[in-house]
Design a protein around this ligand. Structure first.
Ligand code: 3HC
Length: 667
């Protein structure tokens, strides 16, 4: 087999090139090739300096994640990096694209680093439930200081080449096209310079204040995760006077511990699950896509505005249509206000806001949608209204335009049937707030054309969403499963549990909020029939009293002016009343029963969705719940979690309470 690593001589500079599409992951053959090339450069008296660079779209994007969990193959990445650093001739990393994880660690092992201006450098291992395990936690703080090392390894977000240069991580920034030539010239310039700067020989200054502040500032973000604490401990070790060898030994021990744990297995599962979700079964990956140059949005409410922002931020013009001028003005105002809030937080520059707003055309004229390539309807959930709108779009829109509905529950096939072009109709279910939430459920109708589906899936990536294909079923994937949970939570309340107990089981599990906290946030009155005299359950009793949730400072909880929740004696009385009225026997409900009836039931519903072909794969369901509902990342999503708990345990838990169990869970 030919090595993915080749060497090229440019006079006395040896250029070592990796060609391992798609992202130059540091697989066993790449490591073997790198080790051999470095040895070749060291041994050859005609070589004065070496350059390491990659072909394709990026510098090494890290260790090969597919190898994790398989028996180790020599040479290990740390030993290759040690060999690079130990070379007695300068080695220069020439970085383009993204130097991530093990790729960043290779660069840190080099004596010098130069980068294209568009390059990014980062240690994202924490997002895989890991930490940099090839010396990164020890070299990074020695070069860039404890504070930046904490930021990069603890959060996992890459930094720009310019920031890396300011921090001393990059020695020189060059143009994208001249990277190789500039790297060779640089290598030649410093070829005779000694001593060679070796990161392992530097000292990192301890910064206990920075460590304490980092822990405190990110306590919420790190809640439940194992990797951040282990990462911080390694960075501390790099600056506590321990030798480099002691530091890497500690790092290895922590790395292996995380690698063997369930959290990293779950997070690695999600890494591949998110990429897999973008693939559509039965559609060729190279299918021709419809060009989307202009988007129309119907409805300037919370959803319509949020949806529009996604496209505006991606540089795609949007025409937004409303029925009344005041609603249009309000909607446009909210979009601007949201952008300005991002400026205040330093996430956007004022000129970016103006550029985005410049792409927005607010109008009351429905016919302005005629030339749009994609129109997204985002009005309230009413089938008749939606059918009327799609009928109008059918007569108005140009041929080939994609007509999408943002419905959260309704039958996309019925909506499509109100047009003469059902092949162009698709569901695009955004999650609120639509400009923030990552998930997009793309609903494939019975007649949706392949290129329509593929276009919308590709567009989702352009606007930074994680998209999942769902079939037509009430509530699609996410809300159909959510319904099971909410129904069981309501029953548990009647049988003897309190809102606090049920919510706590969910937040202890790692959810951002429980079923009743969620109801209070979304609005207890959502979906309510609005007749205070017709009370058929606890929720309707609350709604009838004006306990509509956080917005009225009273729902399943009482709220103070800072929206702090406290258990409500009034709610306890209403629940008691309903227990008496329905003659429901009271029992002590265990936390385990809450898990079985609210979480196992969701898994069961997920399995049914899968069996009915309404989701393409189990991992897609995990992607929905992680990105749309805040299911704890470190459990890998409901379906992965169920496989860790064990399907037989889940089945037994469901059977105990008389649920009809999905066949696929029994296998
Ligand atoms: N190992 C194996 N496969 C990888 C990979 C890796 N490190 N990184 C990406 N891939 C695969 C993806 O699964 C995908 O495969 P597919 O085409 O079969 O679905 C393909 O490469 C392309 O990836 P993306 O779709 O993500 O391509 P993008 O262009 O959108 O993004 C990227 C490129 C920014 C490099 C992104 O892939 C990424 O973030 N990769 C992971 C980086 C990472 O986490 N590195 C750390 C690894 S752990 C480590 O290094 C441990 C060390 O410290 C010891």
């Amino acid at each position: 087999m030919t090595s993915p690593i080749r060497t090229e001589r440019h006079g006395d500079v040896l250029v070592i090139v990796s060609n391992t599409p798609p992202v130059n992951a540091l697989s066993a053959t790449v490591r073997q090739g790198l080790a051999a090339a470095i040895a070749e450069g060291v041994a050859d008296p005609g070589v004065a300096a070496m350059v390491i660079r990659c072909d394709g779209r990026t510098f090494f994007a890290g260790a090969d994640i597919k190898e994790f969990g398989t028996p180790p193959v020599e040479p290990s990445l740390p030993s290759v990096i040690d060999a690079i650093e130990a070379a007695d001739k300068p080695v220069v990393a020439a970085i383009h694209g993204t130097a991530l994880g093990g790729g960043c660690e290779v660069a840190l092992g080099c004596h010098y680093r130069i980068a294209a201006s568009s390059a990014k450098i980062g240690t994202p291992e924490v997002k895989l439930g890991l930490l940099p395990g090839a010396g990164g936690t020890q070299r990074l703080p020695r070069i860039a200081g404890v504070k930046l090392a904490l930021e990069m390894t603890g959060k996992g977000d890459p930094i720009t080449a310019a920031r890396a240069r300011d921090a001393g991580l990059i020695d020189m920034i060059v143009g994208q096209d001249s990277l190789e030539a500039d790297a060779i010239a640089f290598a030649r310039d410093i070829a005779a310079k000694r001593p060679l700067p070796r990161a392992s020989q530097k000292t990192a200054t301890a910064d206990p204040d920075a460590v304490a502040a980092f822990r405190k500032d990110n306590a919420r973000r790190f809640r439940g995760f194992d990797a951040p604490a282990a990462t911080i401990a390694c960075i501390e070790k790099a600056s506590d006077g321990s030798s480099f060898a002691e530091g890497v030994a500690f790092e290895r021990q922590q790395f292996l511990k995380l690698m063997g744990g369930t959290q990293s297995a779950a997070q690695r599962h999600l890494f591949f699950a998110e990429r897999q979700a973008a693939k559509i079964d039965g559609i060729a990956p190279n299918i021709a896509l419809r060009p989307i140059r202009h988007v129309g949005v119907i409805g300037a409410g919370t959803m319509g505005g949020g949806i529009s922002m996604n496209f505006l931020s991606a540089g795609i013009p949007v025409t937004i249509v409303e029925m009344q001028q005041d609603a249009l003005d309000r909607g446009t105002g909210v979009i601007r206000k949201n952008y300005e809030a991002s400026v205040a937080k330093g996430r956007l520059k004022p000129d970016q806001v103006e550029a985005a707003m410049h792409l927005l055309t607010p109008t009351l004229d429905f016919s302005a949608l005629a030339d749009c390539d994609l129109v997204i309807e985002a009005v309230y959930e009413n089938m008749d209204v939606k059918k009327e709108i799609f009928g109008r779009l059918d007569t108005l829109c140009k041929s080939g335009a994609i007509l999408a509905s943002n419905t959260s529950y309704l039958d996309v096939d019925e909506i499509a049937a109100s047009t003469g072009r059902p092949q162009d109709v698709v569901g695009m279910h955004f999650f609120s707030p639509a400009n923030v939430m990552k998930l997009l459920e793309v609903v494939r109708g019975e007649k949706t054309a392949d290129d329509v589906l593929a276009t919308v899936m590709a567009l989702a990536k352009t606007i930074g969403k994680v998209a999942v294909v769902a079939g037509v079923t009430f509530g699609f994937i996410g809300n159909r499963m959510l319904r099971q949970r909410q129904t069981e939570a309501a029953k548990l309340l009647l049988e003897g549990a309190s809102p606090e107990q049920i919510d706590k089981v969910h937040t202890d599990f790692g959810m951002p909020m429980g079923p009743f906290q969620m109801a209070d946030l979304a609005g207890v009155d959502i979906g309510w029939h609005r007749d205070p005299t017709r009370i058929e359950n606890i929720r309707e009793a609350l709604a009838a009293e004006g306990r509509w949730g956080q917005k009225t400072k009273a729902g399943f909880y009482d709220y103070d002016d800072t929206r702090k929740a406290t258990p409500s004696p009034r709610v306890a009385a209403i629940i008691d009343e309903w227990r008496a009225k329905t003659a429901t026997p009271q029992r002590t409900i265990t936390d385990q029963e809450i898990v079985e009836r609210t979480l196992y039931t969701m898994v069961n519903e997920g399995a049914l969705i899968l069996e009915e072909g309404k989701a393409q794969r189990a991992s897609d369901i995990d992607v929905v719940w992680i990105n749309g509902y805040g299911w704890p990342v470190y459990t890998g999503g409901p379906m992965f979690w169920a496989s860790m708990v064990g399907h037989s345990t889940v089945v037994a838990g469901l059977e105990k309470h008389g649920f009809a169990v999905a066949n696929s869970l029994r296998k």
